[in-house]
Design a binder for this molecule. Structure first.
Ligand SMILES: *Cc1c(COP(=O)(O)O)cnc(C)c1O
Length: 418
């Protein structure tokens, strides 16, 4: 694949790595054009939930594509969007009564931030400060980067990022420091919203914290009227063992961001769901109070049809049982590996399982990450360690035999790189 004009995301072309060309997919397997069958154990970057090319989702896409491909969504509507909004309000916490569409996790976050500021601006008490958690990731657009962890990923763009108030990650045993910092930030009176990834910080390194902390953070926000934004772009759709991670803490956010698994991972689509007070703050005969956000493909009908098929799968198939079985198998495999190799910090929440290779040095750019990735690819496995952190987030359909292959490969690769 020399001389391709394609510029890849999060890829250093200067390293000259081979770029596989994938022709088709099935279940948890990617078939490359040179005949390899590669196991996708990170769900094509956390988006595929049930499996690649789920027949019900494929069928829904085909049917909708022949009927209505795209429609202006400002003041116009179509059945797939209406069905999806009703399906979502039925399956998600009841207080989240309104559904705003966009097309990626990053835009769902931008929309959430704009809703929060719009809420305060329209109710006559403007607030603009956003409170965030250390090590968070919320996307790669300017606003989403602003509320995320600062580092090598966004150093060049730092002059464009807005100021936020950061609370520490609630490390085990140090939870009170997080709660105290949040309380202080919320008390100040200028905080519009707190945005957080519930229970697991994904790109920040699969860092897990307790439901109790999530519950208390929610309470602090409520007590001080600070809007609580749950970014469930990664954690939603069963990833953590429940439909939403927030459920495990009995938390209902004011604003909820969903994307990745919304269509089962088949097409780009996102929603930002909001409570009545957030919607009502924009509801008026005054046009200057409307919600000023749109993108060309808002609520694309084909993407909505895919999401409706995903919701039907959730309603009709034992998805949570599959997830529980998968989680158990992952645990057993990782525990066996951890018993054999210098591994620390084995952690799991639902299908998200991670462990750190104990090498002293760490961080995303740690050399060992790249070496391991190459070792896995040589064994026909798509697994991208975050620095020295090895994690799995496979499609829920992955079989026991396929997982066995993955554990065997991790064992071999660790033997090679250490
Ligand atoms: C992936 C991710 C995003 C960004 O979603 P995109 O669709 O890639 O823009 C936002 N928040 C979280 C928690 C994510 O994991």
């Amino acid at each position: 694949m020399s001389h391709s004009p394609v510029w890849h995301p999060f890829h250093q072309h200067g390293l000259g790595e081979d770029i596989p060309l994938v022709a088709r997919a099935e279940g948890a397997v990617l078939h490359t054009s040179d005949g390899r069958a590669v196991l996708d154990v990170i769900s094509s970057w956390w988006v595929i939930t049930h499996c690649h090319n789920h027949p019900r989702i494929v069928e829904a896409i085909q049917r909708q594509a022949a009927q209505l491909d795209q429609l202006i969504f400002a003041g116009w509507t179509h059945q797939p969007a209406e069905d999806l909004a009703r399906g979502l309000t039925a399956i998600m916490p009841r207080a989240l009564e309104y559904v705003f569409f966009s097309d990626s996790g990053s835009t769902a976050v931008e929309v959430a931030l704009k809703m929060a500021l719009g809420y305060w601006a329209n109710t006559g008490a403007p607030r603009a400060k956003i409170v965030v958690m250390e090590h968070s990731y919320h996307g790669d657009t300017i606003g989403a980067m602003s509320v995320g962890e600062r580092g090598v990923f966004n150093r060049a763009y730092a002059p464009l990022l807005f100021d936020v108030e950061t609370v520490p990650f609630p490390r085990e045993g140090q939870e009170q420091a997080t709660l105290d910092a949040l309380e202080t930030a919320c008390k100040r009176g200028d905080a519009a919203a707190f945005i957080v990834e519930p229970l697991v910080l994904g790109a920040g390194g699969m860092l897990i914290y307790s439901p109790e902390v999530l519950r208390q953070m929610r309470q602090i926000c409520s007590a001080h009227n600070v809007l609580f934004i749950a970014d469930e772009v990664m954690t939603g759709w069963g990833r953590t063992g429940t439909l939403l991670a927030c459920e495990q803490a009995g938390v209902v956010p004011d604003i909820l961001c969903l994307a990745k698994g919304l269509t089962g991972g088949a097409l780009p689509l996102a929603v930002t769901m909001a409570t009545a007070p957030v919607y009502d703050a924009h509801y008026s005969a005054d046009r200057s109070k409307m919600f000023f956000h749109s993108s060309s493909f808002t609520a694309n009908p084909i993407a909505c049809a895919a999401a409706n098929a995903n919701l039907a799968i959730w309603r009709e198939e034992p998805v949570l049982e599959r997830i529980a079985t998968l989680a158990k198998r992952e645990r057993a495999g990782f525990e066996a590996i951890a018993a054999k190799h210098p591994i620390t910090n084995l952690r799991q929440l639902g299908t998200v399982i991670a462990m750190d290779v104990d090498i002293g040095e760490s961080g995303y750019l740690a050399d060992i990450g790249l070496k391991m990735r190459q070792g896995f690819y040589a064994r026909d496995i798509l697994l991208r360690p975050l620095g020295n952190t090895i994690y799995l987030k496979p499609p829920y359909c992955i079989t026991e035999a396929q997982l066995g292959r993955v554990f065997g490969a991790i064992d071999e690769v660790l033997g090679e790189v250490l």
